[in-house]
Design a protein around this ligand. Structure first.
Ligand code: 6PG
Length: 466
């Protein structure tokens, strides 16, 4: 009998996803550009091998799948996806569905949906790394609903479950799924960066060793910060390098890599005029981290700050509270961006469902997302910060964030994401800000006009002698 679905691209993610599909009882045909990879995958599939059909040519691959076909692409984002679609389409029937499950830029997915015309196409965001792909990722779908419905039973079966709810959700047309995945990654960047900043305070400001830092993250993982990223940060801090016996963290170069999704989020936020400063700061921090030589020269020229905080300047509880508030701020920014995009692109993105689909399987999964889903369910158009349950947490704890940021500033420990999160919060709670000065300047040099507090717009100076 023929396979129910096919998958192209047996790299780390593709192989894990194919195994997951077979593991859930679906017969799957697989193809990889290099046949030896296909053969090795099948040979190592153990009990799952019976449900996997390895194929050597694209023609054989297509022939092995039951019609109407559904084919998942797990190839590197960008041109390889276009090339694969071009190679595949001539072999397919008009009713056969191509599903791009890679980390595509959602603009590319929008374009591919247009290029597909009446031919079935979906772009789905898949989060959770290799382990998620193998045992249950979080899946964010985009494209025509009828195509999603065709494969929803498979995608739900292989997805992560929050209690009994499958983390596989249709987000909207065309690039909507990949857009939501991009914002997920933006939040992922900010969440990771804030954790790294707090690690910096513990290491440089408090002089804690890796074991103490690991223990602190492990403790926080039992409280309100409970999340996958806190959990793995504890494990990263605890790990020992077998080659040297040193803590792993001490042998890793402090230059962060990036494949681009966080950057896409920051760029798109600018197009949307969506304020996501903590996420942007996290992208900037990665860019700066890679300037190793400049930073070394900077330290030689300027010295570092005193770094070491006075004894008892900050407690670990204060740091935990600061991180809690920072985390809420970065999620509030991410969801605000999603709601702006929803309007701008006419997608009608389901904000509470997005929080729900992130509750399990994905990299940013955390206990807090369950509360976020509820808060967005009450009012999806309200900034998360204003939802009573989060407003209460922020009211009770923003002073901890302030103390942390102030200590970092005074002692020269860079905290870009935490401090821009704080500035966002302070701006959002200032009814009368300082943009009146900007408007005065704009009118002075360009007669751009301004609105008056006592009514009317399009007013101008006089500005005195210029
Ligand atoms: C996920 C991740 C994943 C991402 C990697 C690398 O949700 O599983 O977001 O999709 O590609 O984490 O991302 P960077 O190379 O940009 O850090």
């Amino acid at each position: 009998s023929k396979a129910e679905i096919g998958l192209i691209g047996l790299g780390t993610m593709g192989a894990a996803l194919a195994s997951n599909i077979a593991d859930n009882g679906f017969d799957i045909a697989v193809w990889n550009r290099t046949s030896s990879v296909t053969d090795a995958f099948h040979a190592n599939a153990g009990d799952l091998a019976a449900r996997i059909t390895p194929t050597q040519t694209l023609v054989d691959f297509v022939a092995a799948i039951a019609e109407p076909r559904a084919i998942i692409l797990m190839v590197p984002a960008g041109q390889p996806v276009d090339d694969q679609i071009a190679a595949l389409r001539p072999l397919l029937g008009d009713n056969d569905l191509i599903i791009d499950a890679g980390n595509a830029n959602f603009h590319d997915t929008n374009r591919r949906a247009v290029e597909a015309g009446d031919l079935p196409f979906l772009g789905i965001g898949v989060s959770g790394g290799e382990e998620g792909a193998r045992f249950g990722p979080s899946i964010m779908g985009g494209g025509k609903r009828e195509y999603w419905d065709r494969v929803a039973h498979i995608l739900s079966a292989i997805s992560a479950k929050h209690e009994t709810t499958a983390c596989a959700t249709w987000m909207g047309q065309a690039g909507a799924g990949h857009f939501v995945k991009a914002v997920h990654n933006g939040i992922e960047y900010a969440d990771m960066q804030m954790i790294a900043e707090v690690y910096g305070i513990m290491r440089d400001g408090m002089g804690m060793d890796n074991a103490a830092i690991a223990a602190t993250f492990a403790k926080w993982d039992q409280g309100p910060l409970k999340s996958y990223l806190i959990e793995i940060s504890g494990k990263v801090a605890a790990a020992i390098d077998p080659a040297t016996g040193q803590p792993m963290l001490d042998v890793i170069v402090d230059a962060a890599g990036q494949k681009g999704t966080g950057r896409w989020t920051a760029i798109e936020a600018q197009h949307l005029a969506a304020p996501i400063p903590a996420i942007e700061a996290a992208v900037v921090a990665r860019n700066l981290s890679s300037q190793l030589e400049t930073r070394a020269a900077g330290e030689a020229l300027f010295g570092t700050g005193p770094r070491k905080l006075p004894h008892d300047a900050l407690g670990l509880d204060t740091l935990e509270q600061a991180l809690m508030v920072g985390k809420i701020l970065c999620y509030a920014q991410g969801f605000d961006m999603i709601s702006k995009a929803s309007v701008e692109f006419g997608w009608d993105l389901p904000l509470p469902e997005i929080a729900k689909v992130w509750r399990a399987g994905c990299i940013i999964r955390s206990d807090m997302l369950d509360d976020m889903a509820q808060a967005l369910g009450e009012d999806a158009n309200r900034n998360l910060l204003f939802a009573p349950r989060f407003a209460d947490i922020v009211k009770a704890n923003h002073d901890a964030l302030r103390q942390t940021v102030a200590m970092g500033a005074l002692h020269g420990v860079a905290l870009p994401a935490l401090s821009s999160g704080l500035a966002y919060f302070d701006a959002l709670r200032t009814a009368r800000g300082t943009a009146n000065m900007i408007q005065g300047q704009r009118d002075f040099f360009g007669a751009h006009g301004f609105a008056r507090t006592d009514g009317g717009s399009g007013h101008h100076g006089p500005w005195g002698n210029s």
